[in-house]
Design a protein around this ligand. Structure first.
Ligand code: DHB
Ligand code: FE
Length: 279
């Protein structure tokens, strides 16, 4: 059966793409952020996953307000970046895995998660930048499955629902009759608010507590409603729901191998965690 090797959770901010393009990794502003990644890359080089399930929130690129799925799963042979944040960066396309996508979709629907299926899908910075941070040579050694969670238009799925989606993804992967090694990547958060009178809002205390909870008490954040979470971590900080999905997918004993937290990158509290999944 396929095996889930672990989860990587990270923030995403379009400015990271620009920093990569300009080679600013050692710039004093960026260094504390980029320095978080080598231990995760070392782990990836050692564990060598063959597939990445990437849980992220689309920002109005592939889905807009006219049609907004709560949960959507890519089932395309290939995904291309189309994010215009700082000019469309030229990134190599990402290989899909339609066989696993359809297994995941069938298993999720059987598990009563009625996801939207996307046989064509454009991906934005929330998908592409974590990939570029994890595999800086951009030769993507994994096939990818995008999983989108709506954080753009109310009503949003609850934290508890997101955690259970993660559990259903974990069951789906582990019922897949192959020898694939799957890493689950969750991108978004941590606390940030880009708009309104609270623009710039960051909540370090909550972020820290949330990161700690993911190791041994991963349902801790599910006590909060989405409105509570928006109040605590900001209108875009709610993207931390992706971390709950990724954590929910871990089926075994979880060890925290690495984490990093740095304030701010752009307007965002940036967090990074590597959680290994033991049998
Ligand atoms: C920023 C953060 C995000 O999550 C995002 O999607 C876009 C921008 C920011 O902090 O600039
Ligand atoms: Fe975002």
């Amino acid at each position: 059966m396929a095996k889930i090797v672990g989860a990587i959770t990270t923030s995403h901010v379009p400015a990271i793409g620009r920093a990569i393009d300009k080679g600013l990794q050692d710039d004093p502003y960026w260094k504390p952020f980029f320095d978080g990644f080598p231990p995760v890359r070392d782990w990836l080089a050692k564990v060598r996953p063959s597939v990445a399930v990437v849980v992220y929130n689309d920002h109005g690129l592939n889905f807009f307000l006219d049609k907004m799925p709560t949960f959507a799963v890519g089932a395309a042979p290939e995904y291309r970046n189309a994010d215009e944040g700082w000019g469309i960066p030229t990134l190599p396309p990402f290989k899909g895995d339609p066989a696993l996508s359809w297994h995941l979709i069938e298993s999720l629907v059987a598990d009563e998660f009625d996801v939207v299926t996307c046989q064509e899908m454009l991906v934005d910075h929330a998908f592409t930048l974590p990939m570029a941070l994890l595999w800086p040579d951009q030769r993507w050694p994994v096939r990818t499955i995008p999983v989108c969670v709506n954080t753009v238009q109310a009503p949003l799925p609850s934290a508890s629902r997101c955690y259970r989606l993660g559990e259903a993804i974990g069951r789906a992967i582990e019922s897949w009759d192959t020898e694939e090694r799957v890493v689950v990547i969750g991108t978004g958060g941590l606390s940030h608010q880009l708009d309104g009178t609270r623009a710039g809002h960051i909540n370090k205390e909550f972020d820290r507590k949330f990161m700690d909870s993911l190791v041994d008490d991963p349902k801790w954040a599910t006590q909060y409603s989405t409105l509570d979470l928006v109040e605590l971590v900001g209108t875009q900080g709610i993207e931390l729901l992706m971390w709950l999905v990724a954590r929910g997918a871990l089926t075994g004993k979880v060890d925290k191998l690495h984490s990093n937290y740095h304030i701010p990158i752009s307007n965002t509290a940036s967090g990074l965690m590597l959680l290994e999944n033991r049998d």
